[in-house]
Design a protein around this ligand. Structure first.
Ligand SMILES: Cc1cc2nc3c(=O)[nH]c(=O)nc-3n(C[C@H](O)[C@H](O)[C@H](O)COP(=O)(O)OP(=O)(O)OC[C@H]3O[C@@H](n4cnc5c(N)ncnc54)[C@H](O)[C@@H]3O)c2cc1C
Length: 460
């Protein structure tokens, strides 16, 4: 009898073998997977879906998987775009969305502790009711989970002002492949050896199952203000942004669209403008917002044309519009190719990275780009490529664009992913980026998961 039959006895009422569940958990929203499905090629399905309701359930599953040598793929919202949850061999999908409770909301110490399967809106709404916010809004916020954010090192739309998930994370509870539970200490900072939180940040389900996490939370801002400008060149705009952040002024949002992306952004709201659109959001105490705005206005008015609040406000109101439904709909059309590609580098290479990657991608397909996460030291670039080809050529074309783009990125010295992670998509290039670090991570994986139970053949 198949070892999978044990699961029904071990987890009564918490296991599914239904075709539609298996299909849903066969992978995530990786566009290549969507093209494969469109082409009628078969996906490997998980053997079963287990929906745990407690840490003990997960411990029992991992102990069973260890004994039976069956893979376990942690599954959050399934909103990943790199194939992180795609099934490769005999595996069980571990769907964490029933573990979605808030454990503690501590307003004195400004932290929240919640189970890892909680979805973005459920966590944020609970905080809002108490006057707080996470300030963490990935564009997939409504369909992604706390555990998924940590596992992929996600970054939200307000990251310039408030940082990404690694800046919010304070403590973790993780079930290890041997069934033991690791809990890191909840403290504002610590120098007790290397950070174990960071071991699991970006581990993409390969080192442990994250079951609970504590994050910083912020008071809801009393004030939100918007500004928009248009710049003739990307160079001028980037110099102005660098001048602002190197004065240590970090608006919640700075987004700079290149000319092609600007045309798309502005035509949507009936505004006629040329050049490169910059949108800014300032939030916080009114006096601070005013002061930041005044300084930004001075810097950006030097070479930029002021466009008022409207384009920035419009972006804010429509910031979740390009969602998974639209992407799936576009990719359902014969011959269509669409994907996004986010990279980052320091200020001294940022423009070269943009120019080189754009050149390589546009030799194959239409490309648009924006810069949307800025740091004292540099920024990230988010390319979107889109176009159509002969249906039978779609996968080859898709792979060629990625190959050319990643080669250009590595040549200039950028990181191959700013926030989407590795999954199956970027496995090919990770060793070249991490170099000796790859050997260290591989040893860690062998030590923690000697039978390769967790998310096998993926990141590690
Ligand atoms: C329309 C759209 C917009 C997006 N916008 C953004 C954005 O703005 N910023 C951004 O960072 N990303 C974005 N993404 C990508 C994606 O939403 C993020 O990577 C997100 O963090 C994934 O969370 P999830 O819960 O859906 O994880 P899943 O897709 O379910 O899983 C992702 C990886 O994490 C692992 N994993 C999940 N939960 C756990 C757990 N509890 N323990 C251990 N491992 C786990 C999985 O095995 C897998 O390897 C977007 C995706 C879409 C479709």
């Amino acid at each position: 009898m198949s070892p999978l039959h044990d699961l029904k006895t071990l987890f009564p009422g918490k296991v599914s073998f239904e075709e539609k569940d298996l299909l849903f958990h066969a992978g995530d929203l990786w566009p290549r997977k969507l093209i494969i499905q469109r082409l009628g090629q078969k996906l490997i399905l998980p053997k079963a879906i287990v929906r745990p309701e407690s840490v003990e359930d997960i411990q029992a599953l991992l102990t069973w998987a260890h004994q039976k040598k069956v893979g376990v793929i942690p599954y959050g919202g399934g909103s990943g775009v790199c194939g992180g949850t795609q099934v490769l061999g005999e595996s069980v999908s571990l769907d964490l969305r029933k573990m979605n409770h808030i454990r503690e909301l501590n307003d004195d110490s400004s932290y929240v502790t919640a189970e890892a399967g909680i979805l973005g809106p459920d966590l944020e709404n609970a905080l809002n009711q108490k006057g707080f916010t996470l300030n963490h809004f990935p564009a997939s916020f409504h369909i992604s989970t706390l555990g998924g954010w940590i596992s992929t090192r996600a970054s939200g739309q307000l990251s310039t002002g408030f940082g990404s998930i690694e800046d919010l994370l304070l403590a973790l509870k993780v079930v290890l492949p041997n069934g033991h539970v690791l809990e890191t200490k909840l403290t504002p900072r610590s120098s007790t050896g290397p950070s174990l939180n960071h071991l699991f940040l970006g581990s993409e389900g390969t080192l442990g199952v994250i079951v609970e996490a504590s994050l910083k939370m912020y008071r809801l801002p009393p004030e939100r203000e918007f500004l928009s400008f248009s710049f003739q060149t990307i160079s001028e705009a980037l110099l102005a942004i660098r001048t602002l952040v190197q004065k240590n002024i970090f608006p919640a949002v700075i987004r700079l669209y290149d000319e092609v992306d600007t045309q798309m952004a502005l035509s949507e709201i009936g505004l006629k403008a040329s050049g490169n659109l910059l949108v800014l959001l300032f939030q916080g105490e009114q006096e601070i917002v005013e002061a930041q705005k005044n300084i930004a206005q001075k810097i950006f008015s030097h070479k930029g044309k002021a466009l008022g609040e409207k384009p920035a406000q419009h972006w804010w109101e429509h910031r979740f519009d390009l969602n998974e439904k639209k992407v799936t709909q576009i990719l359902s059309q014969e011959g269509m190719i669409l994907d996004t590609l986010e990279v980052a580098t320091t200020w001294n290479h940022l423009e070269t990275l943009y120019a080189e990657m754009k050149k390589m991608i546009e030799s194959e397909i239409i490309v648009l780009a924006h810069f949307s996460h800025f740091y004292l030291t540099g920024g990230s670039i988010y390319f979107t490529f889109v176009g159509s080809t002969e249906e039978q050529e779609a996968l080859t074309k898709y792979d060629t664009v990625w190959d050319k783009a990643m080669e250009a990125c590595l040549k200039v010295g950028g990181t191959i992913s700013h926030h989407h992670g590795i999954g199956l998509l970027r496995k090919k290039w990770i060793q070249r980026e991490l170099q000796e670090g790859w050997a260290i991570l591989s040893q860690l994986k062998k030590g923690i998961d000697p039978y390769n139970i967790l998310n096998p053949k993926k990141l590690l």
